[in-house]
Design a protein around this ligand. Structure first.
Ligand code: ADP
Length: 451
């Protein structure tokens, strides 16, 4: 493994989780190992102390029946097991069991341990030594603890080896299991890399763990939204350039016409200039509407507004420029939270359309009122109406019903898209219906906020 790969490997979830789990496992094992050793030593210590007390008990029982130590002293301890007994009588006479003298001399020079009272480490081995006064005699028993020490060492070795094996095998199992688990993350990372480099796929949604599952689901949703936005933007740019190119081409055509033929036919100049004027105004209007759409993307400061008053002002203005009669019924004050220009833009676009697509002697009705938990803006005209199959499409950017395109009615197909975009920001819905006897009715339903 190269140095770079090794460093990378040390940062993987598989390595880091394995290391942490193994350290925890090792620490727990070590704790129980130490506990086991301490308890085993305690158990062996008690056992040898009991054996020593048994010797004292036997001496106590036998002492009453005997007259002298010299014949009895070897009966209480076994020289084969290298145990020793010493008795010191009040008159100073000392009796020592067979080969006991070396043991007691070695114990006198041995080392004691404060934790285990009576345990002496000597040249003759490890001993447990205890003294008691029996009927005035000072009796000292030295029990050889070598076997117990060996047993303790044996237990220590066995338990250490078993624990070490458990940590090694446990770590390998953890590494394998974590590897299996983290493969889902590795797969996710490689799928994201593939998507980043232009791939069209999406993330695999695993059944578990739920955390990875929900990350994949959210990522896929985000990806879907983003792709749709990109597709919409692309379409928008294509549509916008098409819409701009057509009038520009027409303007250039008339400019070339004037350049080529105006000297011979000066009568074409006024009509060409009128056309250029009309188309350039249309371009100006189109670019202004595109700018309005763009402004909608920016977060703006909202305020509590008397929306009824705003709509009445728009109706009054439109009444001045429109040949139609505008009849408006507006509930005031009707307060709503929002941006002033948003409500003005919605009302103005709907009213302008009602006027554009109605005969001059038509009547336009505007109603603004509260209906339960919502506020409605209704704009009804007696114009040319909208075919049923086009009622949804008119809210698409640049979409115009054929008759609008072919007729002389100026427009860009942006107005209603803008109305829809603004309405969406207020979670408002828009419906279009046929008016009786003819014409269209546009209704915008604004939900009233609950605060
Ligand atoms: P435009 O600039 O073409 O008016 P809009 O987005 O405002 O663009 O409207 C889209 C299309 O919907 C119009 O071209 C027209 O065909 C149709 N439309 C909108 N309002 C009305 C209306 N009140 N009556 C009939 N048709 C309408």
């Amino acid at each position: 493994m190269s140095n770079n790969k090794k460093t990378l490997w040390r940062h993987t979830a598989q390595f880091q989780l394995t290391r942490q789990f193994s350290l925890l496992l090792g620490a727990v094992m070590l704790f129980f190992n130490v506990m086991f050793i301490v308890l085993s030593i305690g158990f062996l210590y008690e056992r040898i102390e009991d054996q020593t007390d048994n010797v004292f008990e036997a001496i106590e029982k036998g002492h009453a029946a005997t007259s002298g130590w010299s014949s009895l002293i070897d009966a209480y301890v076994s020289a084969d097991e290298e145990n020793a007994l010493r008795v010191q009588q009040p008159d100073g006479t000392v009796y020592v069991s067979q080969e006991g003298q070396e043991v007691f001399s070695a114990l006198a020079a041995g080392k004691i341990t404060p934790l285990l009272e009576g345990v002496v480490f000597s040249e003759e081995g490890v001993y447990f030594s205890k003294s008691e006064s029996i009927n005035g005699d000072q009796v000292t028993v030295a029990m050889n603890a070598e076997a117990s020490v060996e047993l303790a060492y044996g237990l220590l070795w066995i338990s250490s080896l078993l624990n070490l094996a458990a940590v090694v095998i446990g770590s390998l199992l953890i590494y394998w299991r974590v590897g299996k688990w983290s493969r889902k993350l590795t797969l996710m990372a490689s799928e994201i890399t593939a998507i980043e480099s232009g791939g069209q796929g999406e993330l695999t949604v695993v059944d578990e763990p739920v955390e990875i599952q929900s990350v994949a689901v959210s990522f896929n949703q985000l990806l879907k939204d983003q792709r749709e936005t990109i597709a919409r933007e692309k379409q928008f740019i294509a549509d916008a350039s098409h819409e701009l190119r057509t009038p520009l081409a027409a303007i250039r055509g008339h400019v070339q016409l004037i350049q080529r033929r105006s000297e011979a036919h000066p009568e074409i100049i006024p009509s060409s200039l009128a056309f250029i004027d009309k188309e350039s105004k249309r371009l100006e209007g189109l670019s202004n509407q595109l700018l309005d759409m763009d402004r909608q993307q920016v977060k703006r400061q909202t305020a509590t507004l008397n929306v009824g008053q705003l709509i009445r002002e728009i109706c009054e203005k439109q009444a001045i420029v429109s040949p139609q009669t505008i009849d408006y019924t507006i509930d005031e004050p009707l307060l709503m939270q929002g941006v002033k220009t948003d409500f003005q833009q919605i009302a103005q676009n709907l009213l302008e359309n009602a006027a554009k697509y109605s005969p001059d002697d038509g009547m336009i009705h505007v109603r603004f009122c509260q209906q339960g938990s919502q506020v409605c803006l209704i704009v009804a005209d007696q114009g040319i109406g909208i075919p049923d199959d086009k009622k949804e499409r008119i809210f698409d950017r640049f979409y115009r019903v054929e008759y609008s395109r072919s007729s002389e009615i100026a427009g860009s197909g942006i107005g209603l898209a803008l109305v829809k975009q603004i309405a969406d920001q207020y979670h408002a819905t828009i419906t279009v219906a046929d008016n009786q006897v003819q014409g269209s009715v546009f209704t915008v339903f604004f939900p009233l906020s609950k605060e």
